[in-house]
Design a protein around this ligand. Structure first.
Ligand SMILES: Cc1ncc(COP(=O)(O)O)c(C=O)c1O
Length: 442
């Protein structure tokens, strides 16, 4: 069987025009690299969908999958399962949600859907409003699309009818006033959220759901933003849900990005996926505080998924957490993230097309390209991608490096196990390709 043409002809691929899909087949991987069917080794500078935080085929994770498969692949959530209980305990310990509870889902979108369901039930506002941000991404299921402030999919749902309202995001590069400091800007945008709760009527708002630090939309919140959101929501008795699907597990330099702010950043619920298993097996989770769990304790929970708390996935999560711990990957990401940001600042000085670089709290950074540095005019209207950037990505792949982009943004989010030398090589390739595809105007 010709599997290459079967993939092209028989599979429906996500986020693309089917007729245009044309990607090589991957047959293996190791560390920060994956291997193509033709034998080429590709350095993964995006951890696939910002999820393979442990790199590819991490031996500890593979061994745990094998061992659990021998013992018990599946038992429904109605029964107990050792890996499920152990993973829940580990997540509560790591997050300090003492006395809380964990609900396991299959990925990020359904974790967010369930977090909304639990928040509404706990708040006794079954159809309560959920406030999220414009230009955010929370998943591609119907509720995920409603929660997301994403112009690619918003037209497919009536967010307002689903009880979702979008507010201004903390997009400093576009919206910060010239004479305004970063923290001042963060507070101003958080204040606007406070006003939106008041205008909507605090009694009608069940929860605010947002990414605490950075997201695939390429925004990185100023440090003042998240603690201010926490204050505004707590003062109004509105629950705060942190979408840690992408930002968790070291991506932003902490186990969970809100921990950057200590207790002042603690949400009421948080959602996880991606790095939870290092993406080796699908798994998501909703972790909730004891206060939220207590409110649900004696009520019927109308929620379930055939695979929720799947033992094989939970055993993978336990092994992934052990790998992050044993290899010091959270701290490593924090240290390497700072180095990554300064290297990108250096590239910004060399390439006029770079309008802004941001992130670097961990191994996640964003390069925003602009047509004109002074006016900040985008190269292409969001979310379209400029042709030259497409060509740059193709050229990078030709030279063995896989880059993720969104619109005018290059997202750099390598596996946390990437070596210093691999990262340095990839950045020097980026330097060369920026010079080739965006030469300074004569
Ligand atoms: C912040 C955030 N939330 C939710 C999701 C959706 O996760 P999933 O694709 O596992 O449904 C993503 C995926 O990119 C994400 O980045």
């Amino acid at each position: 069987m010709d599997l290459d043409s079967s993939e092209r002809r028989d599979v429906l691929h996500s986020w693309c025009v089917q007729a245009d899909w044309d990607a090589p087949t991957v047959v293996g991987g190791e560390g920060a690299r994956f291997i193509l069917a033709d034998g080429r080794s590709i350095l993964d500078l995006s951890s696939q969908a910002e999820c393979s935080n442990l790199g590819h085929q991490h031996p500890r994770v593979v061994a745990a999958i094998r061992e659990q498969a021998e013992r018990l692949c599946y038992i429904a959530n109605a029964w107990g399962a050792e890996p499920r209980a152990e993973l829940a305990r580990r997540l509560l310990d790591l997050s300090g949600f003492e006395g809380g509870r964990v609900f396991f889902s299959l990925g990020g979108a359904d974790a967010n859907e369930h977090a909304v369901k639990f928040a509404r039930q706990a708040a006794a506002k079954p159809k309560g409003l959920i406030l999220t941000r414009e230009r955010s991404y929370h998943g591609a299921s119907y509720m995920g699309m409603a929660l997301s402030g994403d112009s690619r999919t918003n037209w497919q749902v009536d967010a307002e009818a689903m009880g979702v309202r979008h507010v201004q995001p903390p997009y400093a590069y576009r919206d910060q006033h010239e004479d305004e400091g970063d923290d001042e800007f963060g507070l101003r945008v958080a204040d606007a959220l406070g006003r939106c709760i008041d205008e909507s009527g605090a009694g009608r708002v069940a929860a605010v759901l947002m990414e605490p630090d950075a997201g695939t939309n390429g925004m990185v919140a100023p440090d003042s933003y998240w603690p201010a959101l926490r204050r505004h929501t707590a003062e109004r008795d509105v629950l705060l849900i942190a979408d840690e699907v992408m930002s968790g597990f070291g991506r932003c330099g902490e186990w969970f990005a809100w921990q950057r702010h200590g207790e002042a950043g603690r949400p009421d619920l948080m959602t996880l996926a991606k790095g939870l298993t290092g993406a080796a097996v699908p798994l998501g989770a909703v972790v909730m505080s004891s206060a939220v769990a207590d409110r649900l304790e004696h009520e019927m929970l109308y929620a379930g998924l055939t695979y929720c708390g799947h033992p094989l996935a939970c055993a993978t999560g336990i092994a992934a957490i052990a790998a992050y711990e044993e290899e010091g990957l959270i701290e490593r990401s924090r240290a390497m993230g700072a180095g990554l940001l300064s290297e990108l600042e250096r590239l910004k000085q060399r390439h006029l097309v770079i309008g802004d670089v941001r992130g670097g709290h961990g191994l996640f950074a964003v390069v925003e390209l602009a047509a004109d540095r002074a006016t900040r005019a985008p190269l292409a209207p969001w979310p379209q991608q400029p042709q030259q950037l497409k060509a740059l990505v193709d050229a990078a792949l030709g030279e063995g490096v896989s880059l993720a982009t969104r619109g005018n943004l290059i997202l750099i989010a390598p596996p946390l196990v990437i070596t210093e030398a691999e990262l340095a090589d990839a950045l020097s390739l980026l330097d060369r390709l920026l010079a080739r595809f965006f030469p300074p105007a004569k």
